[in-house]
Design a binder for this molecule. Structure first.
Ligand code: 5GP
Length: 191
């Protein structure tokens, strides 16, 4: 998606070799007009899938997922992190290793919101090693729902998550695929 790539080139900030900061339009301040274009593009790519639920993970996926859901006319569920009281039996749970913080945390979704018959699209801001998407995919599987695919705003294609998940059969649609990046030269895209 050219508009997104231009924005990343203009406002993205590379930290070290593997972290891209996009706080000015995606992860802190949010450009909701850009989000609307992103949502339209996800709808175009998954138009044939009869999506009836969008699932994301708190916190940074929520804004994108909500704007995207307006184009699918469906609700958004966000998996919650760090549930202290485990309400056994009432929630689906899985574990995710955080890319940005390096620790493992639990994510949960209440069983009442996800079940057989649901056609679920995963939405997230970044794809790196794939742990967040795998954790979300497990919740969908445990619920007996159908996983139609994943819509990602920025995939760091030089990290292994995207290739592995596609090889496992997940349909992953990324709107900007980063081939490589450095603080000196900025971001280079796959296409
Ligand atoms: P994964 O689970 O695929 O390793 O990482 C994806 C998650 O980590 C995303 O939900 C995102 O919040 C965070 N993440 C991974 N890489 C980056 C990055 O380069 N920049 C930012 N801002 N977040 C990232």
């Amino acid at each position: 998606m050219e508009l997104l790539k231009e924005r990343i080139r203009k406002d993205g900030k590379v930290k070290g070799t593997d972290v891209l900061k996009v706080d000015s339009f995606l992860n802190h301040q949010m450009d909701v007009e850009l989000f609307a274009e992103i949502g339209k593009e996800f709808k175009r790519r998954f138009a044939d899938c009869d999506v009836n639920k969008i699932l994301t993970i708190e916190a940074s996926g929520i804004g994108i997922a909500c704007i995207t859901a307006q184009f699918f006319h469906c609700p958004v569920i966000f998996a919650k992190k760090n549930q202290t009281k485990n309400i056994a039996g009432e929630v689906y749970t899985s574990q995710v290793e955080s890319f940005t913080h390096g620790r493992v945390y639990n994510i949960i979704v209440a069983k009442e919101f996800l079940g057989p018959g649901d056609k679920v699209l995963l939405i997230d801001d970044f794809l790196a090693n794939g742990a967040a998407l795998e954790g979300l995919a497990k919740l969908v599987k445990d619920a007996g729902a159908e996983l139609v695919g994943a819509g990602i705003v920025i995939e760091k294609a030089f990290q292994p998550g995207g290739d592995r998940l596609r090889a496992e059969g997940l349909r992953v649609e990324s709107l900007a695929r980063v081939k490589g990046m450095s603080e000196e030269n900025g971001v280079e895209f796959v296409d």
